[in-house]
Write a new protein. Sequence first.
Length: 87
Amino acid sequence: MTTKAELLIELKRVTVSRELLIVEYNSLAQTFLELITANLEAIKQAKGAYLRYSEFTTELIAEEKAHGKTSPRTVAPKRAIAHLPSD
């Protein structure tokens, strides 16, 4: 038969285990949140780079068309990539 003291010790052990699990869960949740935040920042940077690329390409295509280039859609993107500022 289990004594009251043994039951209290077991209850304490289970309570401590539960609290440790909660701490571990919170730590994992924080890590997950940090990963999501980093991914959102990367998406914002990629969007900005794409918008700069698109704007620059549009300008190059217009410039090449104005100068009578025959294939602005193939030449302009290659030049645009080479001239993009690095982040």
